[in-house]
Design a protein. Structure first.
Length: 350
C-alpha cells in the first residue's frame, strides 16, 4: 500500500474522530464539578500532583478539568496525550527524558519539567479516541496495577458523564421541539386558516376572559361585529378565489385599523368580530369610522386592472361587568342587522 493511500485513510479516520468528539459538544464548556471530582480522585489514587481530563481537537488539546496546572489548552505539537490516543488503552511514559518522542518537548525540557505520564483513553460510543484522563508527575515513576485499573475505571466514568450530558442535551432539545410543536398545534387550532385571524372558538375564550376581567375591575370594553355588504356578488361575478382574496385583504386592513391589544376574529363566512379592551363606545365608533374610510379610499381587490371597492355594515356594543357571553354576542349581532336594515354601509351603536 503506498503512502498516499495511508494518508487518505488517516485523514478519513481523523475526520470521523473529530466528528465523534464534536457530537459531545464539550469543547470550550466551563468547568463542572462532576469532572473536577474525577481528576481529584485520579490524582489522589495515583499520588500524582497533576491530573487532567483533556480532549484532542484538530489543532489543540483542550482541558475540561485540570488539577495542578494553570492552563486550559496547549498546541498539539507539544501534547503528550496526542500520542496516547493512538494506543488501545493505557499509555505510560515512566521517564519522558528517556523517550525519544518527548526529549525535545518544551514541557519536558523546561517548565513544568514533566517527567512521568500515564493516560487512560477516552473512547466515544462509536469507538473513536477523543481524549484522555491522565496523571503526570515531576519525577520518573511507575503506577501499580491497582492504580492503573483505577485510572481506567475513572476514564470510563468520564465517558459515562459525557453520555449523560449528551442524553440530557438531547432530552432538552426534544422537549423544546415538543413545546414548539404544541405551540404550533395550538396556533393552528385557534386560527382561521384563510384569514390568519382567530377563529370563533378562540375568540369566545378571549371574550369570556375579558368579561371575567371586567367583573373584577369594573371597567368597560367594546365589541364590534362587521359584515361585508353584498359579498355574494364577489363570488358570483369573480369566483370563490376572489372572495377568499377579499377575506385575506380585509384581515390585513383590520390590522392597520385596530390596536395590537384588540382581538380580531373571523366569525364565519364574511363576518368579523373585534374585542377592544379598555375602550369606550365613542372610541370604538372612531375605529369603525376609520375602517369604513379606509374601505372607501382603498380597493379591497384589484382584478385585471379593475379596482373593486366594498362596504361593510357594523354593530357596536359596550361590555360592562354585568355582561354575559351569549347575551353580548347576541346583542352585537342584532345591532349589525339593524345596520343592514338601515341601508348597509353604516354603523349602529347600542
Amino acid at each position: 500500500m503506498n503512502n498516499a493511500v495511508l494518508e487518505d485513510d488517516y485523514a478519513d479516520h481523523e475526520e470521523l474522530r473529530l466528528a465523534a468528539l464534536a457530537a459531545y459538544d464539550i469543547l470550550d464548556t466551563p468547568p463542572e464539578a462532576a469532572f473536577d471530582a474525577i481528576t481529584e480522585i485520579a490524582a489522589l489514587i495515583c499520588d500524582a500532583p497533576i491530573a487532567v481530563i483533556n480532549f484532542i481537537d484538530r489543532d489543540r488539546q483542550w482541558f475540561k478539568s485540570v488539577l495542578g496546572l494553570d492552563v486550559r489548552q496547549t498546541p498539539l505539537n507539544i501534547s503528550i496525550c496526542v500520542h496516547a490516543i493512538t494506543q488501545p488503552d493505557l499509555f505510560i511514559v515512566p521517564d519522558t527524558r528517556l523517550d525519544a518522542r518527548f526529549t525535545d518537548n518544551p514541557l519536558v525540557r523546561g517548565e513544568p519539567y514533566l517527567r512521568f505520564y500515564a493516560g487512560a483513553l477516552l473512547r466515544s460510543e462509536t469507538g473513536y479516541p477523543i481524549g484522555t484522563l491522565c496523571v503526570l508527575d515531576y519525577q520518573p515513576r511507575e503506577l501499580n496495577e491497582k492504580q492503573l485499573s483505577a485510572l481506567t475505571a475513572l476514564a470510563g466514568q468520564v465517558m459515562t458523564q459525557l453520555e449523560l450530558l449528551r442524553a440530557h442535551s438531547k432530552q432538552a432539545s426534544l422537549i423544546q421541539e415538543l413545546q414548539a410543536a404544541q405551540a404550533e398545534l395550538l396556533a393552528l387550532a385557534s386560527t382561521d386558516s384563510l384569514s390568519g385571524l382567530l377563529n370563533r372558538r378562540a375568540f369566545e375564550e378571549c371574550l369570556e376572559n375579558e368579561l371575567l376581567r371586567l367583573k373584577r375591575n369594573e371597567q368597560s370594553a367594546a365589541l364590534i361585529m362587521i359584515d361585508f355588504d353584498h359579498f355574494k356578488s364577489i363570488n358570483d361575478q369573480f369566483g370563490h378565489a376572489a372572495g377568499d382574496c377579499v377575506i385575506r385583504n380585509f384581515a390585513e386592513l383590520c390590522h392597520q385599523v385596530f390596536r395590537q391589544t384588540d382581538v380580531i376574529s373571523r366569525w364565519g363566512g364574511e363576518e368579523f368580530v373585534v374585542l377592544l379592551p379598555n375602550t369606550s363606545q365613542a372610541q370604538a365608533l372612531e375605529a369603525a369610522e376609520r375602517l369604513q374610510q379606509l374601505l372607501k379610499n382603498q380597493p379591497i381587490l384589484e382584478l385585471k386592472q379593475q379596482a373593486i371597492f366594498m362596504t361593510v355594515s357594523i354593530g357596536i356594543s359596550t361590555l360592562t361587568a354585568s355582561c354575559e357571553l351569549e347575551a353580548s354576542l347576541r346583542g352585537v349581532d342584532q345591532l349589525l342587522y339593524l345596520a343592514k336594515a338601515q341601508g348597509r354601509n353604516c354603523t349602529v351603536c347600542a
